[in-house]
Design a protein around this ligand. Structure first.
Ligand code: GLU
Length: 447
């Protein structure tokens, strides 16, 4: 059997074994295109069912999360933790609280995390978790009771050397506090490195809050540098207005770009003269409000309920909201704006068809698993500080983050060049991420 038909057979079997999981299939599809190139060149990666083992999570945990709301009504949600691969280090990856969360979504996120974490060059495996819980409109006490009940089960599966969760959509500093507090009670020990994204006064790391957004901008800077360009004077449209989007805006504006708009699920804000970040942080992080509240209080900003953030005029696009926010039509709209660079802050915000549109339009594309790896990389730095009972300065930590983003870019660039697909950073990221995990799996036997 030739390599291509062998790959097609492996792919069909994996999809059949994971029926009804469209997001997981999409993440697999995106990887297989690149793996074909590796297997044609290095067929030994196809031996001993390496590919089949790699796409089978090491462990998948699904659990009941019962809790009581403020009206004393009993509620029940479903919790997940997918421990995908620990060949490079303890499972590492966030927890997402959002009504859309299901096994397919957690599995796609966990698989992406395996490759992303490998690309960072740091000793972390890949996992992801979450619950179909909607934090919107819940009181602090409800959030706390939910987090405590979630940890009641999760605590037996995690640990500093086993699995280290962090935040993701719907899980920020407040939730990390409640989760850690409950873990500490249940385990009767102060195990700092069991969770990352902690507050600065009890084991958290400088720059962790900013890291994902800053990292996306550093990655974009590298893509531009390779073309002899810089962010200075560029106009950027950013979808979303959560943690990733806010800190991408902050770093982009610091480096001389203008962020012309951002969004949430209710609409988008146009701000041709840039974003007032102090106000946006107050609206989102303190008041937990909507982007329309920002437009009410800001000068020179307007809120639009209809249309898309991508209707604005900009040179660079940074999708920082959620998966599959850009399909082929939206990608075409972005391409028609004459955009030259697109960097993904969210996980898998572009459909496979959207990525084809970027390719055809010659848009230089920074895929999520490389461009947004700054968050988890800084989590690994938080683990490092916890293990040595140390804490580093903001400046030093940011330098480390910047260095890590530069090496991730270099890994993508080198792998793309080695496989004859220069500037295809998606293929480069997939190949470089794969090889490190695959080599370690080969070395550790049939595992
Ligand atoms: N949820 C983030 C991501 O998608 C960060 C995970 C972490 O810090 O462990 O990479």
């Amino acid at each position: 059997m030739n390599t291509d038909s062998k790959i097609a057979e492996i792919y069909d079997n994996i999809v059949a074994r994971n029926a009804g999981e469209p997001e997981f299939h999409q993440a697999i599809d995106e990887l297989f295109d690149s793996l074909k190139l590796v297997l044609r060149k290095d067929p030994h990666y196809g031996e001993n069912k390496l590919i089949e083992r790699l796409f089978e999570p090491e462990r998948q945990i699904i659990f009941r999360v019962p809790w009581t709301d403020d009206n004393n009504e009993v509620r029940v949600n479903r919790g997940f933790r997918v421990q995908f691969n620990s060949v490079l280090g303890p499972y590492k990856g966030g927890i997402r609280f959002h009504p859309s969360v299901n096994l397919s979504i957690v599995k796609f996120l966990a698989l992406e995390q395996v490759f992303k974490n490998s690309l960072t060059g740091l000793p972390i495996g890949g996992g992801k978790g979450g619950a179909d819980f909607d934090p919107k409109g819940k009181s602090n006490m409800e959030i706390m009771r939910f987090c405590q009940s979630f940890m009641m089960e999760l605590h037996r599966h995690i640990g500093e050397y086993r699995d280290v969760p962090a935040g993701d959509i719907g899980v920020g500093a407040r939730e990390i506090g409640y989760l850690f507090g409950q873990y500490r009670r249940l385990n009767h020990r102060h195990e700092s490195g069991v969770i990352t994204g902690k507050a600065l006064n009890w084991g958290g790391a400088q720059v962790r809050t900013e890291a994902t957004g800053y990292g996306v901008v550093y990655f974009t800077e590298q893509m531009m540098k390779a073309q002899g360009e810089s962010l200075d004077g560029a106009r950027i449209a950013i979808s979303g207005s959560g943690n990733v989007a806010i800190y991408a805006m902050e770093k982009a504006q610091e480096l001389g770009a203008t962020v012309v708009g951002f969004s949430d699920s209710s609409g988008y804000v146009s701000c041709p003269d840039g974003v007032d970040l102090e106000l946006l942080k107050d609206v989102k992080e303190v008041r937990r409000g909507r982007v329309s509240d920002y437009a009410k209080d800001a000068t020179g900003a307007t809120f639009h309920e209809d249309g898309l953030i991508w209707d604005l005029d900009y040179d660079i696009a940074m999708p920082c909201a959620t998966q599959n926010e850009i399909d082929a039509d939206v990608a075409q709209l972005i391409a028609d704006k004459g955009v030259r660079y697109l960097a993904e802050g969210a996980n898998m915000p572009s459909t496979l068809e959207a990525i084809d549109v970027y390719r055809d339009a010659g848009i230089i594309f920074g895929p999520a698993k490389a461009a947004n790896a700054g968050g988890v990389a800084t989590s690994a730095l938080e683990m490092q500080q916890n293990a040595s009972r140390d804490s580093w300065s903001f400046e030093y930590t940011e330098k480390r983050l910047q260095g890590i983003m530069t090496s991730i870019f270099k890994r993508c660039e080198d792998a793309a060049a080695e496989y004859g697909v220069e500037k295809d950073y998606l293929t480069g990221a997939n190949i470089a991420g794969f090889k490190k995990v695959a080599d370690a799996m080969c070395a550790q036997g049939v595992i």
